[in-house]
Design a binder for this molecule. Sequence first.
Ligand SMILES: [Zn+2]
Length: 411
Amino acid sequence: MWKFILSGCLLAAAAVAQADSLYNIRTYEAPDHTRVVFDTSGPTDAHMFALNKPERLVVDLRNTRPAANFNPDFSNVTGRRVQNIRMAKRGHDYRVVLDLVKPLTRKDFRLKPTSPYGHRLVIDLFDQTAPAQPPPSRTEARRDIVIAIDAGHGGEDPGAIGPNKVAEKQVVLSMARKLAALFDSAPGYRVVMVRKGDYYIPLRQRTRIAHDAQAHLFLSLHADAFKNSTVNGASVYMLSERGADSEVARFLAQEANRSDLIGGVSEVSLGDKDPYLKQTLTDLAMEGKRRQSSEIGVEVLGELNRVTKLHKKQVGHAGFVVLKAPDIPSLLVETGFISNPVEARRLNQAEHQGKITRAIYNGVVKYWRENPPPGTALVGLAPADADHRRRLEQGLLAAINAASEASGLGP
Ligand SMILES: [Zn+2]
């Protein structure tokens, strides 16, 4: 007993002497949850509890002090879920109170150091009502060609950082929005944006979103860095189960696959348990998917070749996790190398982004025009597709009116 008390006192004394530091608190808002991240000097012990009237979450970081340069930026707090964050010393602890707008479901987990981050405590606060899913069986949803556009990285995962601190996650989100606008204005196409803002989505969940939307194509946009800053040009990759076909491809896939470590994924949501990913297709279906990926990739490369230098003239192969959807043709477009100073500047320019996205769009549209997927608006008229029929009738009507006017008969 005597020995126990002694060692207890020593432990307490040691703990006080080595208080953890709180370096930063960061927030990200996703459509269905808000993430709050605490950057700490060690695997900080935290005690959390919720209070209501008004709703709030109290986080006591045990034996923790804010670091000298602690200066959190809460500009991402939009007031949708968290309306205020308050902080105060409380004995040896540091108390952080999140003032919430409504009751939220909490999931918290710790992450071990992964460059560029040290120890992190992550709290995800989810809406309690399920987000509205687009009804998958709507006629229009089945009949349009659905393009899933995935802006790489996001939130805690900035992706590659170029000169002047240009972050890949911002460049590719901007391009994804431009690309979406092109497809959305094209009849017969519909876009599903995998990432809509500055937050992180686990790699497996990205393919899952595309699957749930019954996407015909998954396009992941990146602008990564390479060790050698002279390397430049755009490239297009498809999945290889047997390793990469070049040193650059291997490096890019390794970096891309680190995203879940940097972006922060709780073990619960690790997608290996996802039955969708265990789905096995027949060799014939797999071969069909691979051939489509390859053929669309060739069209996209051909169009990119008109507007930018190509890093590779052929579709590259590497083990990108985000391309592992079993049933959807999937491509990863490296729009350029952000590690190359000249290319980084161009990638950040709206005009260049417009050229790149227009090229990707042209390549995809060219492919589907020549190979329309069965049952889509591009194939032809199906009696059930009222919307398509309406559009065609309007077109016919306009043509008849124009012909009548030309012949002087009136409408
Ligand atoms: Zn990337």
